[in-house]
Design a binder for this molecule. Structure first.
Ligand SMILES: Nc1ncnc2c1ncn2[C@@H]1O[C@H](COP(=O)(O)OP(=O)(O)OP(=O)(O)O)[C@@H](O)[C@H]1O
Ligand SMILES: [Mg+2]
Length: 253
């Protein structure tokens, strides 16, 4: 396939931006792609990378891009908005702009075999200069009725449930992320197992979803936006797939 593209002077797409609310599967997709391609996955937490000293930040970025050049893999830049949002912030004395520019320049210079995936919850604040660097921008959305049902059914394979009132269930689940819905399914499943049954009833799902919803409300600010501290913590962890060179990127944190 690569040869076909190259014959026409085209390159395969290697830079993808995944954009959407927390818990919609962005980090999961990056791990799935890494698994599919059998590439190691390296996660770069941009929030952790940005220090008060922008010179240091730029130096860390350079180390990461050196790794991108030499070690083939999937490089996941999580929460890329941290970089873009840094501009215009309190400490912005033009340094943040320079860091962003070096990030863009590193992206431009990178012609190696690695895949760069960036994620954001806030596509609105991303600079057009950043967006332009990506070959593909994939929107992730909150699940609708059929997607809610599918997520629950998939997570509950091995359990028996019939005559579930899906309409009521999906009504209660609407507004929850797929991550929350999967967590609710696991909650219901755990309770069933501990009660020595493999049967899940409509009410079990409704209860589990309600419990999840009340947790989520704890993380909602007065203005209705969700507090970032309650985003799924799993997505904040580093490289789930080990591989050579893994330590290099992590060392830069
Ligand atoms: N579309 C989906 N299909 C199946 N499971 C999902 C999906 N989206 C999320 N999940 C479940 O939720 C968990 C967390 O999702 P993930 O970390 O990929 O979300 P995210 O979009 O990266 O969120 P964040 O923006 O907070 O980092 C996954 O490990 C998976 O169990
Ligand atoms: Mg994530």
């Amino acid at each position: 396939m690569r040869e076909k593209l190259e014959a026409k002077g085209l390159k395969p797409r290697r830079r993808v931006l995944l954009s959407g609310p927390p818990g919609t599967g962005k980090t999961l997709s990056a791990s799935a792609l890494a698994g599919e391609l059998q590439y190691p996955l390296f996660s770069v937490m941009l929030h952790g990378l940005i220090t008060k000293f922008m010179g240091e930040t730029a130096q860390k970025l350079k180390m990461i891009f050196d790794a991108i050049k030499t070690t083939r893999g999937i490089y996941l830049f999580d929460e890329i908005d941290a970089l873009a949002a840094a501009r215009g912030g309190e400490n912005d004395v033009g340094e943040a702009r320079r860091v962003l520019n070096s990030f863009l320049q590193f992206l431009d210079e990178d012609t190696g075999p690695s895949i760069v995936i960036a994620t954001t919850n806030l596509p609105g604040i991303l600079d057009r200069a950043v967006l332009r660097r990506f070959d593909l921008v994939l929107p992730y959305v909150m699940p609708d009725g059929p997607a809610i049902r599918q997520a629950l059914e998939r997570r509950l394979i091995g359990f028996s449930f019939n005559r579930i009132g899906w309409k009521r269930v999906t009504d209660v689940a609407t507004g929850l992320s797929t991550a929350d819905i999967v967590a609710a399914a696991e909650d219901a499943a755990r309770r069933a197992v501990l009660n020595d049954t493999d049967k899940i009833a409509t009410q079990d799902l409704l209860d589990a979803l309600e419990r999840r919803r009340s947790l989520q409300d704890l993380g909602t600010n007065d203005n209705g936006t969700r507090a970032s501290t309650l985003s799924p913590s799993q997505s904040r962890t580093a490289a789930p797939i080990p591989g050579k060179g893994r330590g290099r990127v992590q060392k830069t944190k």
